[in-house]
Ligand binder design. Structure first.
Ligand code: GRF
Length: 216
């Protein structure tokens, strides 16, 4: 059997996306080796999820470091003990330094709750409702130095009900994330999707547009 892609998942909180990876791997639907779950917060519930699944955990608190660079350096040292092929940001609430992004160039994925390039940044669900958009969703993308700006891989979209609350919309978008994030990571882990020259390549071709899945 081919070597499984060694994957580190970085969290700061509840870790529902992490759980979707754990479940897919357990069900044999996702061929990743989840080698470590890393948190910058010791009380992140995602660490409990990881321990329950017998995945190694690591925690370094950013408050123990004087600046972003020294914290990121410590995280690199910790992660590199496991030699990950792929890093999954799953609610990791830290902006990464250029040194960190460059160290793992083309090997970091993020999920952002909007149909990028629309709505980078915070508060996306309310902004979508305020704008009266027909579609909303979430985007898996490679991480570059530009926040929420790296090349896109896969989007999951759903139709907005203009009468729903931002909380209800967020809930629906999260359910979409739990589908698309493992799928996108699996495509990268298997080598079908690659980052090269600042772009996403799918099956050997430059992909100007992401793969799009539509959900109810
Ligand atoms: C997700 O909704 C994702 O879009 C954002 O952070 C959230 C993490 O949620 N980047 P969880 O910790 O996986 O539940």
């Amino acid at each position: 059997m081919a070597k499984r892609c060694k994957t580190a998942i970085l969290i700061s909180g509840s870790g529902t996306n992490l759980q979707s990876f754990i479940d897919r791997v357990a069900e044999g639907e996702l061929a990743l080796d989840l080698c470590v779950v890393f948190s910058n917060r010791p009380d992140a519930y995602g660490l409990v999820r990881a321990r329950n699944a017998d995945i190694p955990t690591a925690c370094i608190e950013h408050g123990d470091y004087p600046d972003r660079e020294s914290f990121d350096h410590a995280v690199i040292e910790e992660l590199d003990r496991r030699q990950p092929d792929l890093l999954i940001l799953a609610g990791f609430m830290r902006i990464l330094s250029p040194a960190f992004v460059n160290h793992y160039e083309g090997r970091i994925l993020n999920i952002h709750p909007a149909l990028l390039p629309k709505y980078p940044g915070l508060d996306t669900h309310q902004r979508v409702l305020d704008a009266g958009d027909e579609w909303h969703g979430s985007t898996v993308h490679f991480v570059t130095e530009e926040l929420d700006g790296g090349p896109r891989i896969l989007q999951g979209r759903l139709r907005v009900d203009p009468s729903e609350s931002a909380d209800a919309l967020q809930h629906r978008v999260q359910a979409v994330e739990h589908q698309i994030y493992p799928e996108a990571a699996g495509l990268v882990g298997s080598g079908r999707v690659k980052f090269r020259d600042g772009q996403t390549w799918i099956d050997g071709k430059i992909a100007d547009e992401p793969i799009v899945r539509t959900y109810d």
